[in-house]
Design a protein around this ligand. Structure first.
Ligand SMILES: [Zn+2]
Length: 449
């Protein structure tokens, strides 16, 4: 029985899907730049959610969006469009930028062995649906027009502040004097932006008699409406999205459909690096490729992420990652030992059940890992552990081939003949296969190195 901490109710709740298929939406990347390890941590947490639901026997339909238009540099309505900015930076078209960084995201997604979403929705494929959505919100009286766009009037949605427990009065007082004086309330946001004469914006669509483009928050409401239908079961995203992006998604969906957007909300916390926020100025915006250059595989990073909790603030250090890499190697060597044992029958029944049950308790993978560390496991258990965490433990830990087996026997024979020079030679040769041999009273044992 799965228990989820629902950010909307701020309570741990027993999860019950509304229908046959669990409908899940994840706010995806803005595809204008490389994603850093902090971004991928979130997708790793959500992968555990999907895998747990599948292990629990649920059918899942999951949608993830690619923001390829309309996300301004601030999450509000200020600054340049991020895609336009990326295009200017690299001297490419916005479409080339979106394709390049979208592909790079998917390459990393696969390297992390994350279950691919059933639908990857590109915001630019939903422009007509966006226009229909704005029409509906306008018909229902939730919008007003200014010179630079169509705005959502947040004062018309009574529950606007509830989701994030927003201090709207404080927000009003804090709003910059003179900033967009046409806005009725400081928290109002653009659902559609008009392109001003002389403004450079390659992606443009005619709406209300003028060229423009959708506001960033709109695509998630529209895509959910088109691909899943409201309410969905679980909406996931970063905790930083609670006060603006998700609050706005909820408001838009209510205005256009009169319905709740999602029954459960899950938010993950951010990771810091060496105690600092991830930022360009600190030079700590690591990608998975940066980790690979330092000898860490995507699976080492995935295991590091899963060794903590999605709601906790995680501090990433290379020492921590090195310890996790060693832990993963230990697990792989336990699999290696199983290949070398005469009997691989299940030693202790039900260890995996225990593992799954702690994960079902709001994804306590850290405790699950401790159980794995301290329990004796069968190959069957490892298979299920791999299915639940997607750590490629068995795939990355093949049994040795005949050539290696022959070398191990030859070395053993050399040792028995006291030909230690030959035995050392073979030990070196085995290293080139990534195998170390240890001599024990019951004979040699090989391990991965
Ligand atoms: Zn979103």
């Amino acid at each position: 029985m799965l228990k989820i901490y629902n950010t909307a109710s701020r309570r741990l709740e027993q999860f019950k899907p509304a229908g046959e298929v669990v409908k899940i939406y994840t706010c995806g990347p803005t595809v204008y730049n490389f994603q850093h390890i902090g971004n991928y941590a979130a997708y790793i947490y959500w992968d555990l959610l999907i895998r747990t639901l599948k292990m629990d026997g649920y059918a899942v339909k999951r949608v993830l969006n690619f923001t390829d238009v309309g996300h301004l540099v601030s999450d509000g309505d200020e600054g340049e469009d991020k895609l336009e900015k990326g295009a200017a930076r690299e001297g490419k078209s916005v479409y080339e930028i979106a394709k390049f960084y979208g592909d790079d995201f998917l390459r990393n997604f696969r390297a992390l062995n994350l279950i691919e979403p059933d639908v990857i929705a590109h915001a630019t494929d939903y422009i007509e649906a966006d226009k229909r959505a704005v029409d509906k919100m306008t018909e229902a009286g939730f919008t007003y027009e200014t010179t630079d766009g169509v705005y959502f009037d947040t004062s018309k949605f009574e529950r606007y502040a509830d989701f994030a427990k927003l201090d709207l009065e404080g927000l009003k007082a804090g709003a910059r004097v003179g900033f967009n004086s046409e806005k009725h309330n400081a928290s109002d946001f653009a659902v559609w932006k008009f392109i001003q004469p002389g403004e450079k914006h390659a992606m443009r669509w005619d709406y209300l008699g003028r060229p423009g483009y959708p506001g960033w928050h709109l695509e998630c409401s529209t895509i959910i409406h088109e691909e899943l239908g409201e309410p969905i079961d679980i909406h996931t995203g970063g905790a930083d999205h609670i006060p603006v992006h998700h609050t706005n998604e909820i408001a838009q969906t209510f205005a256009m459909t009169g319905r709740e957007l999602s029954r459960y909300w899950m938010h993950c916390n951010f990771i810091t690096i060496d105690g600092e926020k991830i930022s360009k100025s600190l030079g700590n915006v690591y990608t998975l490729d940066d980790l690979a250059e330092r000898g860490f595989s995507p699976m080492d990073f995935k295991m590091w992420v899963l060794s903590g909790h999605y709601q906790g603030t995680r501090n990433f250090t290379f020492e921590g990652l090195a310890a996790t890499k060693q832990r993963r190697l230990n697990w792989r060597n336990r699999i290696a030992l199983l290949y070398q044992k005469a009997s691989t029958a299940s030693l202790v029944d039900g260890v995996f059940k225990e593992v799954l049950s702690v994960v079902n308790n709001n994804f306590n993978s850290a405790e699950a890992f401790s159980i794995i560390d301290t329990s004796e496991l069968s190959m069957e258990d490892w298979k299920e552990i791999d299915e639940l965490f997607g750590l490629n433990l068995i795939n990355d830990s093949p049994d040795v081939n005949d050539a290696v087996r022959d070398l191990i026997s030859e070395r053993q024979a050399a040792r028995e003949n006291k030909d230690f020079a030959r035995s050392d030679e073979i030990r070196e040769e085995l290293k080139s296969f990534g195998i170390a041999v240890e001599d024990t009273p019951t004979g040699p044992i090989w391990q991965y190195i």
